[in-house]
Design a binder for this molecule. Structure first.
Ligand code: B12
Ligand code: SF4
Length: 471
């Protein structure tokens, strides 16, 4: 039996662009680990590689987010025309299973640990059902990912990823987890044995990524006690790792130092905004803006690169704030921003319900628009076109070479801990990548105004597919 597991992707520019990046979906390796050992498995990550449309598999699993749905429907329809059986899974499929059932043979809702083995068993016996929604045994049932299927010659800057927890205890109003996913974590011995006994290492780039991995968790610091125990257990492994976590952990000096001793070299935190009114509107009160300088000092002097994500278009944002944002960042003296996006009302979030009730969603949005690079709603104090203009300008400004040089200058000499300096050097490319989403001058970044990818448009017309309208 031949199985393909594909994480699909469409580029924010809506051009047929590929990107080499550390950030990939790890769903293919996870799902491969749930398949029986005697099947042939191929995994694909469309962010870096094209999907071969001429290959033959018996069963194709797709993992996709909202913005990749139209494209994934096309791929599924083409494969089904050639007799292959397709399965949809992931956050969008779980929220819109009825829509997905029109385009895939089966839809898996929620976590895959019980669903995937059931799908394969039913497929073998020609008894595939339309929907699989088996209760999840939770993250303690996570099996070792099939990292041995990663081909670092194809995905050259990918790092092996692992989950220690799922969900998040916070409740930011724009986050797809809020109200949908409880916070739970895995037994620490399971995490350690996965890393020690199963993980594979990327030896590219003269070894700067060797023995390094990333935690995929939305918030590795969901329980500070758990994180402390996890770090203690990681110390003997002598690995290098990165993660995403929340501001409250960054303020805990003994925990940040312990993380550095355990091999942590990079942390990503959703700072979202330097505007207190916007922070309050997002229900992101864990972010203490007055402590920004001290948390950065603590992280970098401990040997950890701390990078931030920013969102524009929140309800407290004004033209004045967004115009001055680069200056606010410059005044901080050091602040590596590696993600800039537009606040997105994902349909399963409290934010969507809020702007929908106030009739502030833009008309004519389709799932392709829900990518955090397209304005889908009308903020309280800005026009959608103003949000788009600020977004493009900020991405260019914050993703520029002078920003990288300032980042290097302000952080390079702050620690001598092994592999700190190489991490700082590699992070320059993540800062420059802020420009990648805005490399299409004909894109307006406003929902309903930009056509979807040309190839998808043509295929959809030929196959009779309609985009999924969300407003
Ligand atoms: C790597 C990553 C990316 C990669 C790959 C995206 C992808 N296809 O997942 C890139 C860089 C492309 C990306 C981009 C963005 N991302 Co991102 N990303 C992640 C991250 C850190 C890890 C994803 C991952 O590999 N997880 C591990 C895998 C195993 O789990 P999973 O993908 O969540 O899938 C679970 C289930 O859905 C299910 N499942 C998934 N696929 C399938 C398939 C089948 C067949 C089955 C049975 C089950 C199944 O199994 C998993 C375990 O329960 C997550 C955080 C997280 N912990 O998930 C955010 C996350 C997915 N990203 C998010 C966001 C907001 C973004 C961005 C807007 C920018 C940003 N802030 O990072 C963009 C825009 C994406 C878009 N255009 O819509 C949100 C959700 C977005 C959404 N649309 O729902 C998340 C949840 C982070 C968060 N809490 O905000 N991201
Ligand atoms: S802290 Fe991050 S993962 Fe947790 S609810 Fe907020 S945005 Fe989502």
């Amino acid at each position: 039996m031949r199985i393909a597991i594909i994480a699909t992707y469409t580029h924010p520019t809506r051009l047929p662009a590929k990107e080499r990046t550390i950030q990939h979906s790890s769903a293919p390796e996870l799902i491969a680990g749930l398949c029986p050992e005697d099947v042939d498995i191929e995994i694909y990550n469309e962010k870096e590689e094209d999907i071969p449309l001429d290959r033959d598999w018996d069963l194709v699993f797709f993992s996709y987010l909202h913005a990749f749905y139209e494209h994934t429907k096309v791929l599924s329809t083409l494969f089904r025309q050639r007799g292959m059986i397709t399965v949809a899974g992931g956050r969008h499929a779980s929220y819109f299973p009825e829509d997905a059932q029109k385009h895939f043979d089966a839809v898996a809702i929620g976590e895959p640990e019980a669903n995937v083995p059931a799908i394969i068993e039913d497929f073998k016996h020609k008894k595939l059902k339309g929907v699989y929604n088996l209760p999840s045994p939770g993250p303690c049932s996570i099996r070792p990912y099939r990292w041995n299927l990663l081909n670092f010659k194809r995905t050259r800057v990918k790092l092996a990823g692992i989950e220690a927890s799922r969900g998040c205890p916070f409740a930011c109003n724009f986050c797809v987890l809020t109200g949908n996913e409880r916070y739970r974590y895995r037994p620490i011995p399971d995490v350690i044995s996965d890393i020690r006994d199963h993980m594979t290492w990327n030896k590219n780039l003269f070894g700067v990524m060797d023995n390094a991995f990333k935690f995929l968790d939305n918030n590795l610091g969901g329980s500070p006690e758990y994180l402390r125990e996890l770090c203690e257990a990681l110390i003997p492994l002598h690995k290098i790792w990165g993660c995403a976590l929340t501001f409250n952990i960054l303020r805990d000096s003994s925990l940040v130092k312990l993380m550095a001793r355990a091999g942590c070299r990079f942390i990503y935190t959703g700072l979202e905004s330097l505007n207190p009114e916007s922070i309050a509107s997002m229900n992101k009160r864990q972010n203490k803006l007055a402590e920004l300088d001290s948390v950065m000092r603590l992280a970098y002097s401990s040997g950890i690169l701390l990078s931030f994500g920013l969102l524009v278009g929140a309800d407290g944002d004004t033209n004045e704030y967004l115009e001055k944002l680069p200056q606010y960042i410059a005044d901080l003296g050091w602040c590596a921003v590696t993600f800039v996006g537009i606040v997105c009302p994902y349909p399963e979030t409290p934010f969507f319900r809020h702007v929908e009730a106030e009739k502030r969603l833009l008309p004519g949005t389709i799932s392709r628009d829900y990518d955090s690079y397209t304005v889908c709603h009308r903020p309280k104090k800005l026009d959608p076109s103003e949000v788009a203009e600020h977004y493009v300008r900020l991405s260019r400004k914050l993703g520029s070479l002078p920003m990288v040089l300032r980042h290097y200058r302000s952080t390079f000499f702050l620690s001598d801990i092994p592999r700190y300096k190489s991490t700082i050097l590699v992070s320059g490319s993540e800062i420059l990548s802020l420009r990648n989403p805005v490399r299409n001058p004909s894109r307006t970044y406003i929902a309903g105004r930009d056509p979807i990818e040309e190839w998808d448009q043509r295929q959809m017309a030929a196959l009779g597919l309609q985009p999924q309208r969300l407003t």
